[in-house]
Design a protein around this ligand. Structure first.
Ligand SMILES: Nc1ncnc2c1ncn2[C@@H]1O[C@H](COP(=O)(O)OP(=O)(O)OP(=O)(O)O)[C@@H](O)[C@H]1O
Ligand SMILES: NC(=O)CC[C@H](N)C(=O)O
Length: 591
């Protein structure tokens, strides 16, 4: 994952270049960690006196050699963090030319970079300065898979993949609602929206306007996609099929479903799309692990890790990965557990080990390296306050705290003194939103039947770009690894979103929990051989790993992440001591 940063003064004459550089250096350290393969920076003065400083650290994943950034030519400067998988020109997964170069060329060939975005699929965040027009463009993809924060302090603006808590700056996540364009001459800010058909659009726009104290003028939309499928009443045949599932053994449950021809076709479609998605996410990387890449030394070490709870979403990914990764390489499975006194028998550790057995039986030739990542409470406390809280920033709830920390430790991939050398990590995020796997889907179905489920699924989908993904990108990238989310592949999303809710989820109390939610995905799991994992009950990461306490409200502000406490802590020892008392009380509650 690359780290990108651009710092400039929105009021050209008001800031000394030295001040910009000092501030740039403050953010540099966290940016640096995101890309171990190169770091470079560039300073630029525009004719109108505006100073800009750019910096990029690169995690090389595409192209025969590392593409160093920032890229610059007579026309533009380009900073890019992303993964455009289908070679924009070649159509192959692993391009001899990197996506960075291809995108830069495409942008340079046109006066209309907005239309270019229409043809781009994959996660990205970028900053592009058109030097001829003094226009600064910046954008995150429409699912919000890559992080880009916007920060300000008086007239200084920072765009960065990651920041940290500082007394000087305030940051928010740049909303992934379209392409922004800052006219550095007129100081006007424009937005080319991806789509206006999103319930969150106006709120997110207003939030950014109020943060910047600036009006944002809207241009034409560039995608204009209809986001929300219309509600369709379920077909009688489908209801009859579901009624046949009651009181069935696991085997009979799935054979009833597969006896329906349309169901089987949907499984085939889904299998094909997911396999393609996994394939591009595994194959798009150089053939070296992180230890051997420096010397370009051929190796058979593992190139792929899966964040692995043993639950259905990630287990499908692991099994599909086996079809793609050479048999001579291991696949690393990372399973994180939090505990005390050497006690790490968490629910996810149990399911992780059980599904590992299933994988070993299904793929006996593969070396599956199961990393038991055990995190004692003092290590969690220390690293959270010293470091991880900055990566989670500017998010601040208890849920952000638990999920952010759990993912940071999981993706570090360290068991005792053995650390995985893989550079790419697969994760099952997005499956619950797409296929209807959350408890709230069950509740909505109970209350308002199919229409209730349809409504909640749509709400979840609309919220997805603003919830966790940017935070997850920030914490995982800190280890110089790329987080890839096969369920959030555009083609797969388009297919699953086009299905009415009753063709993918049946969160009814008439079938046991763990059977009906995400029923289409579970059918795929069963079909490819994961007979046990297919019907495991959903367990959220924070509870499955035991980092969180069920009695806390995840939406409350986390005292561990609170900036106020942090600022006070930095300046006033007495208050810090008091904070520690509160903190230890909270620790007591937490464990
Ligand atoms: N304890 C864990 N250790 C490592 N990674 C985990 C752990 N728990 C969850 N994950 C990762 O986070 C993703 C999201 O978690 P989530 O619980 O939603 O999915 P799941 O465990 O695969 O399946 P299910 O949603 O059915 O429980 C998982 O797909 C997995 O990649
Ligand atoms: N990891 C990144 O975002 C780097 C950009 C590009 N995909 C490359 O591999 O060079």
């Amino acid at each position: 994952m690359c780290g990108i940063i651009c710092i400039f003064s929105s009021d050209c004459r008001a800031t000394a270049p030295n001040e910009l550089l000092n501030d740039f250096n403050v953010f540099k350290e966290n940016i640096n960690k995101r890309g171990p393969d190169s770091f470079d920076m560039k300073s630029l003065s525009l004719k109108n006196g505006c100073e800009l400083i750019f910096g990029v650290s690169v995690l090389w994943l595409q192209g025969e050699i590392v593409t160093k950034q920032p890229l610059e030519n007579h026309r533009a400067v380009f900073l890019y963090n992303g993964d455009i998988y289908n070679g924009l020109n070649t159509g192959s997964y692993f391009n001899s030319k990197s996506d960075t170069l291809e995108l830069f060329e495409l942008f340079n060939q046109t006066d209309d970079i907005f239309s270019t975005l229409k043809n781009i699929q994959g996660p990205y965040a970028f900053i592009y300065l058109d030097k001829e027009r003094d226009m600064l463009y910046f954008c995150r993809d429409c699912f919000g898979r890559k992080s880009l924060l916007i920060g300000k302090q008086c007239e200084i603006i920072v765009l960065t993949s990651v920041a940290h808590r500082t007394e000087k700056y305030e940051f928010i996540e740049l909303p992934s609602i379209g392409l922004f364009c800052w006219d550095l001459k007129s100081k006007a800010l424009f937005l080319y929206p991806f789509s206006l058909d999103n319930a969150n659009f106006n709120g997110k726009l207003a939030e950014l306007e109020s943060f910047l104290g600036k009006t944002i003028s809207l241009k034409d939309t560039i995608m204009n996609t209809k986001n929300m499928p219309e509600y369709m009443e379920p077909l009688a045949e489908q209801i009859a099929l579901y009624e046949n599932l009651e009181n069935m053994s696991i085997e009979n449950f799935f054979s009833v479903l597969f006896s329906d021809q349309n169901w089987s076709i949907r499984i085939e479609n889904l299998e094909h799309l997911l396999e393609e998605s996994v394939k591009k996410r595994i194959s798009t990387q150089p053939n070296f692990c992180r230890d051997c890449i420096k010397e370009h030394q051929e190796c058979t070490h593992s190139l792929l890790g899966v964040l692995f709870s043993g639950g259905v979403d990630c287990s499908i990914l692991a099994l599909l990965a086996d079809k793609i990764v050479e048999k001579t390489r291991p696949i690393d499975l990372f399973n994180v557990a939090f505990g005390e006194y050497q006690h790490y028998k968490t629910p996810d550790r149990q399911t992780g080990l059980e599904t590992l057995e299933e994988l070993r039986q299904l793929c006996p030739e593969r070396e599956w390296r199961f990393f038991e990542i055990d995190i004692p409470k003092d290590e969690l406390e220390k690293l959270r306050s010293d470091h991880i809280a900055d990566l989670i920033y500017p998010l601040k709830t208890i849920l952000d705290d638990s999920l952010g920390c759990a993912l940071w430790f999981a993706s570090r991939g360290l068991q005792n003194s053995t650390q995985s050398p893989c550079r790419v990590l697969l994760v099952g995020m997005g499956a619950d939103e797409l296929f209807g796997g959350y408890t709230r889907h069950r509740a909505a179905f109970k209350k308002k039947s199919w229409l209730g489920l349809h409504t909640v699924l749509n709400e979840d989908w609309e919220n997805l770009p603003y919830r966790n993904l940017a935070r997850d990108d920030r914490v995982v990238s800190d280890h110089g690894r790329q987080l890839r989310m096969p369920y959030l592949d555009e083609k797969l999303v388009q297919y699953v979103r086009s299905l009415p809710c009753w063709q993918k989820s049946y969160p009814s109390h008439k079938v046991p929990q763990g059977f009906g939610e995400k029923i289409l995905l579970r059918s795929l799991a069963y079909h490819i051989g994961l007979k046990k994992a297919a019907v495991l009950k959903k367990r959220a990461l924070q509870f499955g790993s035991r980092i969180a306490n069920k009695n806390e409200n995840g939406h409350d502000i986390s005292i561990n992440l609170s900036e106020l406490i942090w600022h006070l802590g930095n300046t006033c020892t007495a208050l810090l001591e008091q904070h520690q008392k509160v903190h230890s009380h909270q620790k007591h509650l937490l464990w």
